[in-house]
Design a protein around this ligand. Structure first.
Ligand code: ADP
Length: 295
């Protein structure tokens, strides 16, 4: 569980994060999205205890996280956006190195590593991490973030730059982690993935919170839901009252900006002897929302 209140970060005279607040329950996924430079990585690092906020409060699992960063790091698994370090290690050495940092003994590290490599379908082929494919490196970093079995996961761009198969595998793994009651905060460039797996979405713009909610709440906030009615009619001249319509394959189509307007149009089509074939709803995607808020 995470409770963030008015988190801010100032570098010199520049405020890169301003009064960010949210609550996240156990077993939930929060997605943080925004254009480059919006403050996503800064916020994730504050949550992970890697940088101190300039102001605000943060509680992790009900405990003040700001006066006890070492204690908090034990319950957090952090996946940095990219790490070029440790390329000369083999995956087992890498996991042992981090397990020891968390104070685990050798035999628990061995057991936990085996379990994680199995779960990630990551073979320890004896190669150095530097020789791994991009997807394998990412999985090794995920294994590292989970070695000490933390309850909170902070993942910066978990799937960026990966091929679709590997991305999809990682998304499935995140779902699995959620079902094991892990609390996850992630940032992602792939907004379709954010839509697909996040319970809550936080949109940042230049360090400020633009919106926070479920995907359906954000859709309502950003409006612009509309409907397209597909229909057939013998004499198109009889339905001039429904506004501009056009031919689309074997059908005509017309857009309606609201449910009320959609009902009025379908009634008019029916009373003019036409038949409504289907109605499609269009919701703004996260991508359209980001375009709308601007950089
Ligand atoms: P995002 O992850 O959304 O791309 P970041 O959190 O990396 O955004 O960066 C937000 C802003 O903070 C950017 O303008 C960046 O240049 C600035 N910034 C990040 N880290 C530092 C730092 N250590 N010193 C000064 N400015 C920084």
């Amino acid at each position: 569980m995470i409770t963030a209140r008015d988190l801010s970060k100032v570098y010199g005279k520049t405020t890169v994060l301003r009064n960010i607040s949210f609550d996240l329950d156990e077993g939930r996924i929060l997605g943080i999205i925004g254009h480059n430079g919006a403050g996503k990585t800064t916020l994730l690092k504050i949550l992970a205890g890697l940088i101190e906020p300039s102001g605000g409060q943060l509680a992790i699992n009900g405990k003040n996280a700001l006066n006890n960063p070492d204690g908090i790091r034990q319950v957090i698994g952090y996946l940095p956006e990219e790490s070029r370090l440790y390329e000369t290690m083999r995956v087992n050495e890498y996991l042992t190195f981090f397990g020891e940092i968390y104070g685990m003994d050798r035999s628990s590290i061995r057991a936990r590593s085996r379990e994680l490599l199995d779960w990630l379908a990551l073979e320890d082929n004896g190669k150095k991490i530097g020789e791994f494919s991009k997807g394998m490196k990412r999985k090794a970093a995920i294994a590292r973030s989970l070695i000490h079995d933390p309850s909170i996961l902070i993942y910066d761009e978990a799937t960026s730059g990966l091929d679709p198969m590997t991305s999809r595998h990682i998304i499935d793994l995140l779902r699995d982690l959620r079902s094991r009651k892990k609390t996850i905060v992630l940032s992602a460039h792939n907004l379709y993935q954010v839509e697909a797996i996040c319970d809550q979405i936080l949109i940042l713009r230049r360090g400020e919170r633009v919106a926070l909610g479920t995907i359906s709440e954000l859709r309502e906030m950003f409006g612009s839901v509309y409907y397209t009615v597909f229909f057939t009619i013998g004499d198109p001249e009889r339905i001039r009252g429904i506004g501009d319509f056009s031919r689309d394959g074997g059908y005509f189509r017309v857009n309606a900006p609201s449910v009320g307007e959609m009902n009025r149009i379908t009634q008019e089509i029916a009373s003019a002897g036409g038949a409504v074939e289907r109605v499609e709803s269009h919701y703004p995607s996260l991508e359209e929302m980001l375009v709308k808020i601007g950089a």
